[in-house]
Design a protein around this ligand. Structure first.
Ligand code: SF4
Ligand code: SF4
Length: 211
């Protein structure tokens, strides 16, 4: 049944006459208009990049940006190792979990004869790693699924405008950015080679670390 506003018991006579409330609304609108025209912006800390002396309330996007909250899932990035290569080991877990199927990976294998420290432990790396940011639904499951902290959405920005759909397909050079990240659990720090794991061989059903 439709709501009957005339039966609202909270309405006093002034509201039911209607005209005083109409004038009050106009006064509020006029106050904000004049404040924006001549006044100064309120000191809202969430507005970044303020410029000039015109401190009005309206955010002049895109010249001014409202700061995103800390947990905002922004544009993807591939996290680099200390040697500048992606931390990604091409395990396909992010591509598998992605509900929008917008991650495409092709894996390459390190040459066992390569003497670099990472290649003796890491077997695979991405030769192709692309994300179609137009198809992405920004769910963050790829970040959650990654076992190597190799993909993050902490850029606090979103994909900029492009003239073509292809421009939204981000490849490794576009994705790889940010400071290098290393963890004490990184296998290339704990093991000499992929054939020599640090842990002792245990009974089949005993977890590593249990005695
Ligand atoms: S945020 Fe979600 S939809 Fe976007 S690439 Fe990651 S898993 Fe796929
Ligand atoms: S889950 Fe992580 S390590 Fe695996 S392919 Fe994706 S980004 Fe690379």
């Amino acid at each position: 049944m439709a709501y009957d506003a005339s039966r609202n018991p909270s309405q006093d006579v002034r509201e039911r006459i209607y005209l005083p409330e109409l004038l009050r609304g106009l006064a509020v609108t006029t106050r904000h208009f004049l404040r924006n025209l001549f006044g100064q912006r309120d000191t809202n800390a969430s507005v970044l990049n303020r410029k000039g002396r015109s401190l009005v309330t309206t955010v002049q996007y895109p010249e001014e940006r409202v700061a995103y909250p800390p947990g905002y899932r922004g544009l993807h990035r591939l996290v680099p190792r200390e040697d500048g290569k992606p931390r990604c080991v091409a395990c396909y877990m992010c591509a598998t979990v992605c509900p929008a199927q917008c991650i495409y990976i092709e894996a390459g294998e390190y040459d066992p004869a390569d003497s670099s420290a990472a290649s003796r432990v890491i077997e695979k790396f991405p030769t192709t790693f692309v994300i179609d940011e137009l198809r992405c639904i920004v769910c963050g499951l790829c970040v959650e699924a990654c076992p190597k902290d190799a993909i993050r959405m902490d850029t606090a920005t979103h994909a900029p405008s492009e003239y073509t759909r292809q421009g939204f397909v981000y490849d490794i050079p576009k994705l790889l950015n940010g400071p290098p990240v290393s963890h004490s659990s990184d296998p290339w720090k704990r093991r000499e080679s992929s054939e020599a794991p640090e842990h002792q061989a245990l009974e089949p059903h005993t977890r590593i670390g249990e005695t």
